[in-house]
Write a protein that binds this ligand. Sequence first.
Ligand code: FES
Ligand SMILES: [Fe+2]
Length: 398
Amino acid sequence: MNIAPNPSMTKAARSVKKSKRVEVDIATTKPGTPGGVFMRQFWICAHRSEDLPAGRARPIRIMSENFTLYRGASGKAHCIDAQCPHRLAMMHLGWVEGDDIRCVYHGWKFDGSGRCVEQPAEEAGFARKVRIGTWPCEEYLGMIWVYLGEGAPPQFPPFPHRATPGIIQTWNVEHVPCNYLQSFENSMDEVHVAFTHAPGGSHANLSRDLPVIAAREEDWGLMRFGTRKTGKVRQSLHYAPNVTRVIVPPVAGMENVGGWPEIYFSFTPVDDENHIWYITSHIEAQGEAIEAYRRQHAKYSKELAEARTSVAYAKELMAGQHYYADVRHPDLAIVQDIAVQAGQGRVADRQHEHLGRSDAGLIAWRRILTRELKLIAAGKKPKKWKPPPADVVPTLGF
Ligand code: FES
Ligand SMILES: [Fe+2]
């Protein structure tokens, strides 16, 4: 097919024709953008459960919007507006009282449903005219999830986890200085493993030969296949819009306790130039093996607490302060991934890439994302995503 521009078309006519094309920004999740509307159809991982004790409130920022997260005395987590509706004080500075929260500025108190239940210096009757915004908030896999879209939220939990006996273990929370889509795409890029993670040898079993990558759209997201020379297939799941479920090598020191964990990896946008990694793993273990795992994990956690943060180390790598192959760290693979993904730029300039066949996974996801964002931009109905089935699981593939 001849795709050269029609020579009889004037420059002006060409520019008019071009302006009719719907261009969408697949990286942004700002409110009101097609990307922001797309993402807000789903539950989004917002915080690690263990980092929010009862009686405490925290500020959180998700998809360029600020909120307050607090945990009431009952143990229930609540997500409300960042600012008080009186004169906009930050709500996380306030006091949690039972399952209510009181503003630090003039003492207005709100219950978990957003009703104003006390206004110490105001006349009776005013309180019932005031509300603070609230969002559905639930917990699953050691994480707090919020729904920031319109209308009723979709089914919770948003995806299943492995039902076999084991340990549910949350990982360090990583604040990564780049757009979330770079990391979500990296999770679809199995070929990087043989190169990015070569130093340290943690991924040697996945690096003996390079897989041929294929991907298939599902009702719930994307299924990715990496086929090795042996014919074995490594199957990984990408739940829309930003969760990857995959089997990965254990972190340093954990090789002999629990085998390879299955992880549920959420890439939560903070704004368009920052995102957070929330990871939970499921480790197959029973009886004595659980204790052995916990002992070893306590050792690993101590080493991790004493080390510089993965992000700090990755930034130094990006700045050329270390030689990549020399890096040693308890979370080496995480340091390596952050350096490579954040090193693509705060928001990767995808126009200047040269994609190949090994990029089949992320190419498939970009096609889906572009299609959905164009539908939203045109005011048409986007895809009706379905709850993921429990019997579709990742496989190791070697
Ligand atoms: S600003 Fe919150 S009570 Fe006044
Ligand atoms: Fe990686």
